[in-house]
Design a protein around this ligand. Structure first.
Ligand code: ATP
Ligand code: MG
Length: 390
């Protein structure tokens, strides 16, 4: 006897009251698209989604489900009978295949009309297991905990649970314009947004010939990894060369990075509005480099009143690297490349830039028309399930 279905628990979703139905429907659609498997059949109820595997192996499917935001836990279950004699046999058949020498039973009655109460159900089933196996009961640290959940039409029997990534179903929390550089941090920041249920479109500032096509290939590989979490991703490439050259022409080297980032924020804001994103997101982490001190961030942020989300603000580099390795972007990110931030790197960038100085440099030329040109010149690449389609 085998666990033949998977029970999806929503976690945080259960607190969402009225919106709950919308959340469940969104998650349900996301799961169907991600699994893309016609053999699997689905059933939604108020607290769960049940996947009937119809013979598909659970391991691979559980692994895939663990990447879908909005799923709190996944339990392999058997849809047992409400008839006590049959239920006892089914519980026995299942527990016999599970490793361990001690057990306990936990019962929940989703259907309160069931004639036996939870305690009585536990006793009946436990007695049958004790009579027919070598197992003994341990209520404190059992090897196996058998869960019984009495539903309207069956009893869910389970004894293992796998953690999902939590958060909200993708698409429920709007969309951000993700600044994607090709370094280690921004893909991890993108992943943080995705697992929160926020969709992304990616924006990359390219400065050819100073930056090469290799960066774009790198971004394609990174997006292929992120495609696991969001099936369709757009990458917008901003032609940044002219503006960048002018920054170096008109600004003191020590202010070049600050001004460049102010320009990125201006362009990002316009692009975010154009593509209906509700915020900008970046991979910045406080104190990591000169442009990421709080003083710098304040001066850079001054050009926009658009929300800028920095999911890695308080993460340290080792944590970020761990996540990058886990989601498979680390090896791609460390491939050598020239980012527009790295080639024009000044020797002594300001860690505490002043606004007054920024205003002074920005008066030296008509940057606004160049900002507009950057937005007008955006080229968009579309990826579906990680593959470039346009
Ligand atoms: P990473 O590049 O992995 O994000 P980093 O430590 O190299 O990390 P910076 O180069 O200082 O960080 O950039 C900080 C953030 O600014 C990046 O995380 C990214 O969101 C954004 N950014 C930097 N360069 C670019 C670029 N060329 N295109 C788009 N966004 C960029
Ligand atoms: Mg970078």
């Amino acid at each position: 006897m085998k666990f033949d279905s998977l029970l999806i628990h929503f976690g945080e979703l259960s607190t969402k009251g009225e919106n709950k139905k919308m959340f469940i429907n969104c998650l349900y659609r996301n799961i169907k698209v991600a699994l893309d498997n016609p053999n699997i059949t689905y059933k939604k109820d108020r607290d769960h989604i049940v996947l009937n595997l119809n013979g598909e192996e659970p391991e691979k499917i559980i692994k895939r489900l663990q990447d879908i935001s909005g799923i709190h836990r996944i339990s392999p279950i058997y849809r047992g009978s409400r008839d006590m004699n049959e239920l006892k046999e089914q519980a026995l058949g299942l527990i016999k295949n599970v490793k361990g020498s001690t057990f306990k039973i936990e019962t929940k009655r989703g259907d309160k009309r069931y004639p036996l109460n939870s305690y009585q159900i536990c006793c009946e089933v436990a007695d049958h297991i004790l009579d027919n196996t070598e197992l003994t009961v341990d209520l404190h640290e059992p090897d196996i905990t058998l869960h019984l959940d009495v539903r309207d039409d069956c009893v869910y029997i389970s004894c293992a649970t796998y953690l999902g990534c939590g958060g909200y179903p993708l698409g429920m929390n709007g969309k951000v314009m993700m600044f994607l550089s090709g370094g280690i941090d921004s893909p991890v920041a993108a992943y943080s947004m995705l697992r929160r249920g926020v969709k992304i479109e990616c924006l990359h500032f390219a400065a050819p010939p100073y930056t090469s096509q290799a960066v774009i290939y790198k971004l394609e590989d990174i997006i292929a990894k992120l495609g696991v979490y969001q099936p369709e991703i757009k990458l917008h490439i901003v032609p940044f060369t002219k503006l960048q050259e002018d920054i170096y022409k008109y600004c003191d080297e020590s202010y070049a990075i600050t001004i460049m980032r102010r320009m990125m924020m201006r362009i990002g804001t316009l692009a975010a509005k154009r593509y209906r994103c509700l915020a900008i997101a970046t991979g910045e982490s406080i104190g990591q480099v000169a442009s990421q001190t709080l003083q710098s961030m304040q001066v850079i942020n001054e050009v926009t009143n658009f929300p800028v989300v920095r999911p890695l603000a308080a993460s340290d580099k080792l944590e970020i690297i761990d996540t990058a390795k886990r989601i498979g972007t680390f090896d791609i990110s460390i491939r050598p490349y020239e980012d527009c931030c790295t080639i024009f790197k000044p020797k002594a960038p300001k860690t505490k830039p002043h606004l007054g100085e920024c205003y002074f440099y920005e008066k030296q030329w008509d940057f606004e028309s160049e900002v507009k040109d950057c937005v007008e010149g955006i080229e968009t690449i579309v990826f579906k399930k990680g593959k470039r389609v346009e």
